[in-house]
Write a protein that binds this ligand. Structure first.
Ligand code: COA
Length: 314
């Protein structure tokens, strides 16, 4: 029997912590204002955890994705969690998820770190693992409590990020699936390093990240279009990492595509790193924006500097 080598998303889910932090709220903490943040980034608010742990959000998002997919969880063959801020060094968030959801024990469960590109990496890894598995499905989660690693005195970074989790249940399929993954081995542009006796914070050179994204994302989209043989005009929806509206607008312009094909929800959540694309997919599905057979290009980019994109058919 030939193994199917495409990948299909069967169900999606998300968890957004209830606490909203508006741009006005931030302007009481740092020297900033709603006008600056919204015109430079498109972000109007973000959500921060209060008591939720990373794993609580991951579990809630994964439960919703399992329910949405309607699958038997005993047939899950891999559980992959993308995160840069796990609750513990070990055990992984994925193992906590496995325990809470009572997933099978004879399957790989692990976390990955490819920053904001990691959900895209996770989908590709899931496909590879399922091709060697006797089980049908995989769960891939992107989950971040970035508020834990923000310097609330640095207006250049603290205004950009938010917390949340998104998840997908996938299976091998005849639907076409192509991925493009990469990394530049760049250590300085965005970082959050361990320092003795100091809290860890994200630091970033914003304009370098901006230039990297505007250069890299169109290249990844073009590579995916070439691999799949599907032109940009034939793509129904572009779902890019929700970092900055101006980045998405610049990509749309370079690809000569109308902005209406690019989903945007960063105004509500800010940049939730690895969670941003699965949160976007969940919201699109909830709002009836995803139809069976739709052709989609998704691209994430972030620290590392990493990038990851997929062509998928719903
Ligand atoms: N509120 C008000 N002013 C601010 C500010 C804030 N939150 N942050 C920076 N400024 C000031 C700067 O100090 C600077 O002032 P100066 O001209 O007096 O020196 C001015 O605004 C312009 O700063 P600059 O950094 O050049 O702005 P920018 O147009 O490049 O926008 C970002 C900054 C961070 C919004 C933009 O570079 C960006 O979004 N980059 C991508 C970041 C990203 O997506 N990272 C995650 C990727 S996964």
């Amino acid at each position: 029997m030939l193994v199917k080598d495409g990948l299909k998303i069967l169900g999606v889910g998300s968890y957004i912590p209830p606490k909203v932090v508006t741009n006005d709220d931030l302007s009481k903490i740092v020297d900033t204002n709603d006008e600056w943040i919204s015109t430079r980034t498109g972000i109007r608010q973000r959500h921060f955890v209060e008591n939720e742990r990373n794993q609580d959000m991951a579990i809630a998002a994964a439960k919703m994705a399992l329910e949405d997919s309607g699958i038997d969880k005993n047939l899950v063959g891999a559980c992959i969690v993308a995160t840069i801020c796990p609750d513990n060094v070990t055990p992984s968030v994925a193992c906590s998820l496995q325990k809470e959801l009572e997933l099978p024990t004879d399957i790989p469960c692990f976390d990955i770190n490819a920053a904001c590109s990691a959900f895209m990496y996770g989908l590709s890894i899931a496909r590879g693992l399922l091709m060697q598995s006797d089980k049908k499905y995989a769960i891939v989660v992107g989950t971040e409590v970035l508020s834990r690693i923000l310097n609330m005195e640095d207006r250049g970074t603290c205004i950009l990020f938010g917390d949340g989790a998104g998840a997908a249940v996938v299976e091998l399929s005849d639907n076409k699936f192509y991925s493009v993954l990469g990394s530049k081995g760049e250590e300085d542009v965005i970082r959050c390093i361990n320092k003795d006796d100091e809290r860890r914070y994200v630091t970033m050179n914003g304009s370098d990240v901006f230039k990297f994204a505007v250069l890299t994302v169109p290249k990844v989209l073009k590579e995916l279009s070439d691999k799949s043989g599907v032109t940009f005009d034939e793509i129904d929806a572009f779902v890019l990492h929700q970092a900055n509206k101006r980045i998405i607008e610049a990509v749309a312009k370079k690809c000569k595509q109308d902005m209406s094909k690019f989903f945007i929800n960063l105004d509500k959540y800010g940049n939730t790193s690895s969670a941003s694309i699965p949160i976007a997919l969940t919201e699109m599905k909830q709002n009836g924006l995803i139809k069976p057979g739709m052709k989609m290009l998704c691209v994430g980019f972030g620290a590392g500097l990493t990038w990851g994109g997929v062509y998928l058919e719903w």
